[in-house]
Design a protein around this ligand. Structure first.
Ligand code: FPP
Length: 248
């Protein structure tokens, strides 16, 4: 069944979930408590996303730069990701949700990798909310990987360099086949992109929220959607049909 497309509702929302550490530090707690609370915010956000009618939700769970953090914190985040999947998979599968992972899988431990791949495999044919989890993801690395794949095809004589266009690059990214995000939300008050979906974000609307990720909730999600609905997306064109002015 075709969905009615309402231009005021983004099709794809991507979120940089920032501020877990600051949330915890502000309460005299260890950083991992912030990440634990962050998982509760993930649950609320998935529920809100299903309710909102968006089709795709991408969550930046772990960047390729996050390996620079202390091993305890890295292990803690990986553990939270796999336990989240173990707890929610049956429920999300029943709700017809689809899971997909983007990022460099080779760097991941077997436990988290297995959880992510089981979730992908089991929900592959689902047609409801499509949740994309970015784990060990970095946009520059992703773009370099796409260019390597294209170079290989040229070297093998399967691709003419003249045919390397924007669609060819998009089609070789981890996000091949997914629509670009219409709306990108970042929490914690920081206003930067942190190597997230750089190619895909060319025309995304950006919303920066002052709250830390563990405080993110349904109301803030819908406020961000309202802010998006007020934006005037032009994609380089003009806002309104222009009436030619003539001297009379
Ligand atoms: C950024 O806050 C958050 C992360 C690097 C980890 C995000 C992970 C989760 C919310 C948990 C697992 C995710 C899923 C999808 C179940 P920060 O630590 O950089 O905060 P800070 O800038 O205040 O230090």
């Amino acid at each position: 069944m075709n969905k009615i497309v309402d231009p005021a509702i983004p099709r794809h929302v991507a979120i940089i979930m920032d501020g877990n550490g600051r949330w915890a530090l502000g309460r005299g707690l260890g950083r991992i408590f912030g990440h634990r609370k962050g998982v509760e915010a993930v649950r609320r956000t998935v529920d809100a996303a299903r309710e909102s009618g968006i089709s795709y939700l991408t969550l930046f769970a772990f960047s390729s730069e996050n390996w620079k953090r202390p091993p305890d914190e890295v292990d803690g985040i990986m553990e939270l990701i796999s336990s989240f999947i173990h707890r929610e998979l049956d429920n999300y599968h029943r709700q017809n949700m689809r899971f997909q992972v983007i990022g460099e899988r080779s760097g991941l431990g077997p436990k988290v990798l297995n959880a992510l791949e089981v979730a992908e495999e089991r929900t592959r044919n689902n047609t409801g909310l499509h949740v994309i989890v970015a784990v060990n993801y970095g946009a520059r690395g992703e773009i370099a990987g796409a260019l390597r794949a294209l170079a290989r095809q040229v070297a093998e004589g399967k691709l003419d360099p003249a045919d390397i266009d924007e669609a060819a690059i998009s089609g070789n990214l981890d996000t091949a086949g997914l629509p670009d995000p219409d709306l990108v939300i970042r929490t914690s008050g920081e206003q930067r992109l942190s190597n997230f979906l750089l190619w895909q974000m060319a025309y995304s609307e950006l919303v920066f929220l002052p709250c830390n990720w563990p405080d993110f909730n349904r109301e803030l999600f819908f406020e961000a959607l309202s802010e998006y609905a007020r934006r005037n997306r032009r994609f380089g064109a003009l806002a309104e049909p222009q009436v030619a002015l003539t001297d009379t």
